[in-house]
Design a protein around this ligand. Structure first.
Ligand code: HEM
Length: 567
């Protein structure tokens, strides 16, 4: 690694606005509050100079400036894609084809498209505009130029292009120091080094196999928690806690019990920290796109980050200190030990280590639990599919023993169910975190300027009837042997279904996630039958809510019934 790794982390909690990477793209990505203030000062000083001592003349000139400002706004707004795109086209005077897209409103652009179920709103807007917009659509979020791809070929161009290897950094991510962790670190030596360490020590096939016993312990805790739970139990708490415990075990070597009666103060505190972080990272922060709003912190994002960071620091530092004092006798057991054992140029500053460890807890928890809840919801709704999974488990494993992780490879139908759930309910419908163009680049024939934020609407692709026949139907059979999609990999090589993204910034935890989800579901379904809850709706409401991941809006409630005498 390079000496860059030693760079100390700025104090985000006191930082008024997110600093961006020093790339050309970042500088161009949006006007800063200072830029806005400068234009206003120019207008006003011009008015003052020309107005002299006559209040009447000054007022007149101020009105002219206001009118000039309004005309400029309208001129910018006239362009397809709205004001942020218009400003770029006018200042650069570039010739070329204009990207199709909604204009939105003059100052805020199409901000409402990113509220609520943004993946559905963006898809509906592209469908309304029709034509090329269904492949690639431009829009403005305040002063940020955005594009969203909704076609596999265009998505591939973006995700695999070196020009999109950076991410735009949100104020909340910066406030939580995530620019020092893998997900938001600018593309470069520091990011490459972190990914290499994580790939070798957390996500390698060897590490995934080595951590199988830990997943088995947690799987049997889940079964115990559900067997005694009775009718109409909400599975979300159990799934979330299981995921959290799993990741805490791998990352910090901490072991907890799933039994809510034995829940420690540490777990309760941890859950609060994770929930608060989700909320902050998942929300649309208007100041990210309207820099002149940033100093007011209207949504309280900066204040909440400032409150959260010291608590996270205290929590993680305590664990790191425990590791340091045990290091001599214990050897390398978990990811914290790995980071502490890095030497020379590889060594991380404590603040960076906290960011990296915390991000793993964060990313590893919700995604897995959200996906499992969607799978179980579908199995309760489609009892015939659940019966087929049970048949397969009886054939491959047999009722006289528990599932072993090595059985998972033979459970082809269960894998088809997981793939179909990833298609119908991708946990990151907009691939969670966007990409940033670091240089001018052509996508689908259009020029995308440096500094543009690019998103892929994976949900729109997986619900496009031109890509998937009868996309609204839940049919795992499309992925079974003999069907055209049987061999489709969800790991990023086929953009018709790439829930983990693709290219150099694709999800590094995808193999671990798939291994965990497949084994835990196999265990739960081998031990239990999932029946509807006694409530009139049967406990399944497929409504969505989009936070950092796309979750079920109403928690799934089920009635688990043991299938094996041992359960
Ligand atoms: C079902 C489970 C999961 C899903 C659907 C998922 C999805 C994603 C997606 C869509 C991205 C962005 C990819 C892109 O920009 O092309 C991502 C990035 C990332 N994921 Fe996952 N993920 C899952 C599980 C995990 C797990 C278990 C971990 C770690 C314990 C993890 C760690 C990360 C990290 C660190 C990044 C940032 C990568 C970078 O920017 O270089 N994910 N994930």
């Amino acid at each position: 690694m390079t000496p860059q790794l030693q760079r100390s982390t700025p104090k985000a909690s006191t930082t008024p606005k997110p600093k961006r990477s020093k790339s050309k793209a970042s500088e161009e990505s949006m006007a800063t509050p200072d830029d806005c203030a400068a234009s206003w000062l120019l207008y006003l000083s011009l008015a003052a100079k020309c107005g002299g001592d006559h209040p009447g003349r000054l007022a007149g000139l101020l009105s002219v400036c206001a009118a000039a400002f309004a005309v400029t706004c309208i001129l910018h707004w006239c362009f397809p894609g709205g004001a942020a795109w218009g400003r770029w086209w006018l200042t650069r005077r570039l010739k070329g084809s204009l990207l199709p897209g909604p204009r939105g409103l003059p100052l805020i652009g199409s901000m409402w498209l990113m509220t609520g179920l943004a993946h559905r709103k963006l898809a509906a807007e592209a469908a309304r505009l029709g034509g090329r917009a269904k492949r690639l659509m431009a829009f403005s979020l305040g002063e940020t130029r955005m594009v969203v791809a909704a076609h596999p070929d265009v998505a591939r161009e973006i995700l695999n292009s070196p020009a999109f290897a950076d991410r735009p950094i949100k104020e909340s991510a910066y406030g939580l120091l995530f620019h020092r962790a893998i997900g938001f670190a600018p593309h470069g030596a520091y990011w490459r080094a972190l990914r290499r360490v994580a790939s070798t020590h957390l996500f390698s096939p060897w590490q995934i196999t080595a951590s199988a016993p830990q997943r088995a312990v947690i799987a049997s805790q889940m079964v115990t928690a559900l067997v005694g739970a009775g009718a109409g139990v909400e599975v979300r708490r159990v799934l979330r806690r299981a995921s959290l415990h799993n990741v805490m075990w791998s990352v910090f070597g901490r072991r907890y019990d799933l039994d809510s009666n034995k829940e420690s103060e540490e777990v309760r505190e941890l859950s609060h920290l994770v929930d608060e972080g989700y909320d902050l990272l998942g929300q649309l922060n208007w100041s990210d796109h309207l820099p002149w709003l940033a100093r007011f912190d209207l949504q309280g994002t900066r204040a909440r980050c400032s409150g959260l960071v010291p608590r996270v620091n205290r929590f993680v530092r305590r664990i790191i200190d425990d590791h340091r004092s045990a290091a001599a006798s214990a050897g390398v057991k978990d990811f914290t030990d790995v980071l502490l054992s890095l030497q020379g140029g590889d060594k991380l500053a404590d603040a960076d280590m906290i960011a990296v460890l915390w991000e793993m807890v964060f990313r590893g928890t919700d995604t897995v639990a959200v996906l499992m809840e969607w799978v179980l919801a579908r199995l309760v709704l489609h009892r015939d599919v659940q019966a087929r999974v049970h048949e397969e488990l009886d054939r491959v494993v047999g009722r006289d023993r528990a599932v072993d992780e090595s059985d998972a490879a033979s459970l082809a139908y269960l894998h088809a169910v997981i793939k179909e759930t990833l298609r119908v309910h991708p946990p990151g419908p907009l691939l969670s975190w966007a990409r940033l163009a670091t240089s001018d680049v052509r996508v689908d024939g259009f020029l995308i300027p440096a500094g543009t934020t690019a998103m892929v609407n994976m949900w729109a692709i997986t619900h496009d009837p031109d890509v998937w026949a009868e996309p609204e139907e839940f049919r795992p059979e499309r992925f079974v042997e003999g069907q055209p999609a049987a061999e489709l990999s969800v790991m990023g090589s086929d953009l018709r279904l790439a829930p983990f993204g693709a290219g150099r910034r694709s999800c590094p935890g995808k193999s671990l996630a798939m291994a965990t989800v497949a084994f835990w579901l196999a265990t739960l379904l081998h031990e239990l039958e999932f029946l509807p809850s006694p409530d009139p709706a049967g406990g399944v409401n497929l409504g969505e809510t989009l936070r950092l991941s796309c979750e079920m809006a109403a928690p799934l409630a089920v009635t688990p019934r043991p299938r094996r005498p041992a359960a």
